[in-house]
Design a protein around this ligand. Structure first.
Ligand code: GLN
Length: 478
């Protein structure tokens, strides 16, 4: 395929009976069978469920009934998002045999809107990582260059869209895990505002930082998926009761006169020269589209990575306490209970997860709590205030998504600090809870994709999407 299918293409070709949802699903499964052995994006396929849903859509089309907005659209789901009756592992051995008894709200909403769920996507274990090499199953390879990582932790979600094995996917973003892999694979990835999309059914990593969001080939498709999954959910007390705008209609509003902030803190040392040049050219294009470019300052940015790794690990250490071999998944065989707990966790969790549990437990322990956790929470407030202050003067902020293009498999696995720095430009939006998108903005000399990141005010995904759509020129990736 020269040009990736869009959601609108699919819906209209089903409505006009040029194809069927069933035939389309079969097409995607055959592409997955052909391509995925080399890429490794999928962990589980759910063909029965997908074909049953496709049959429902085809029956509606045959009866001439109006089709729902995502009718027949093949979508795949990161494996930290639970699916009723379909194995959900979180990329971990500890959940190897876990079959959830319910659907995540976002998945239920997608299916109600007509989407066909193809299967579950590989990721770093419990979404901890930046390369998808921490999956307990197998790494994912970047479809643009198979010797490179797809980014992470939602590497399977980004790779599946990039390789046209799904039209859109869901990922999760705790510190950059949607935007950074979108940037590495050359697709669109959106992290919404905290509270915009329900987390009910998202396996918790760090609850105050976790978000569910879409990957797609175009900004418009990301807007269509967001419109479907956003909004208050009685099952998640942190989901916000804020009206959901029609993100698709909002895309067409002009961007002329919008103020785009540029912060020097996002262009400092460590930023690759070719990435810098591509992002600067993208900002120049926004100026040509009539946006006003305004310098802003986000002075606490340098503290973002250490702050994130205290808050995220502290919350993870509490959230992961539930995996004790009693309630979920894997259980080590042992005659004594305390030994069973210990052996289950020792055998079930991988190295990175153990490292995070230890770090988080340490940061929360008596004597260190004030020095680390409390201090980190204070710095988090300062980082949030940086954005609040900047957004009194600008409508959006433009920055690189990641400091580099996709790196080689194995390049950073033995250097956790280098791996953590892959998220230097993305963790701030999670700490502040603001929305952020990554949209492709060119390639380096090796044809590896580069991402432009756009941040917005809380609950102003509409403006973020509008600026990204204007930049993209309304065209889908070819
Ligand atoms: N790479 C970051 C981490 O390892 C972010 C992961 C994420 O957003 N889930 O924690």
């Amino acid at each position: 395929m020269a040009t990736a299918l869009t959601i609108d293409d699919i819906r209209s070709s089903i409505a006009e009976r040029r194809t069927t949802a069933g035939a389309l699903a079969e097409d995607f499964y055959s592409r997955i069978r052909k391509k995925d052995p080399e890429i490794g994006a999928f962990l589980t396929l759910c063909e029965e469920r997908a074909l049953a849903q496709a049959a429902r859509i085809d029956a509606m089309a045959a009866d001439g009934k109006p089709l729902p907005p995502l009718a027949g659209v093949p979508i795949a789901i990161k494996d930290v998002i639970v699916t009723s009756g379909v194995r959900t592992t979180a990329g971990s051995k500890i959940l190897d045999n876990f079959i959830p008894p319910y659907d995540c709200t976002a998945v239920a909403r997608l299916e109600t809107a007509g989407a066909v769920i193809l299967g579950k996507l590989n990721c770093d274990e419990f979404a901890m990582g930046s390369s998808t090499e921490n999956s307990a199953y197998h790494p994912v390879r970047n479809p643009r260059d198979k010797s490179r990582v797809p980014g992470g932790s939602s590497g399977g979600s980004a790779a599946a869209v990039a390789a046209e094995m799904a039209v859109a996917t869901l990922g999760s973003d705790t510190g950059g895990s949607i935007r950074q892999p979108a940037s590495f694979c050359g697709v669109v990835g959106l992290k919404p505002t905290y509270g915009r999309v329900s987390r009910y059914g998202l396996i918790a990593f760090a609850s105050s930082l976790d978000h569910v969001g879409p990957f797609a080939n175009s900004v418009k498709d990301a807007a269509l998926v967001l419109r479907t999954i956003a909004g208050r959910d009685p099952m998640d007390a942190t989901s916000a009761d804020v009206p959901v705008p029609d993100y698709v209609a909002e895309l067409e509003k002009p961007v002329k006169g919008l103020k785009v902030g540029v912060a020097k803190e996002y262009f400092g040392s460590g930023l690759d020269d070719e990435v810098r040049a591509a992002v600067e050219a993208a900002i120049q294009k926004l100026a040509e589209l009539g946006c006003e470019i305004v310098p802003v300052s986000l002075p606490h940015t340098e503290y973002a990575i250490p702050t994130y790794y205290i808050v995220a690990t502290a919350e993870a250490s509490a959230n992961l306490a539930r995996y004790d071999g009693v309630r979920y998944g894997f259980r080590a065989k042992s005659s004594a209970l305390s030994q069973m707990y210990r052996q289950t966790r020792d055998g079930g969790f991988g190295m990175e997860v153990k490292r995070r549990i230890m770090l988080g437990t340490y940061a929360l322990s008596a004597g260190y709590y004030d020095a680390y956790y409390l201090k980190a929470q204070k710095v988090r407030t300062l980082l949030t205030r940086d954005f609040e202050e900047a957004f009194t003067r600008v409508d959006v902020i433009a920055a690189p998504t990641a400091p580099t293009v996709a790196f080689k498999l194995g390049e950073k696995v033995n250097d956790p600090l280098a791996m953590y720095l892959a998220d230097i430009y993305t963790v701030t939006a999670n700490l502040a809870g603001i929305p952020g998108i990554s949209v492709p903005c060119g390639e380096n000399h090796e044809k590896l994709p580069i991402g432009l990141q756009i941040f917005g005010r809380h609950f102003d995904e509409a403006t973020v999407l509008r600026v990204a759509h204007a930049y993209e020129g309304g065209a889908v990736r070819s």
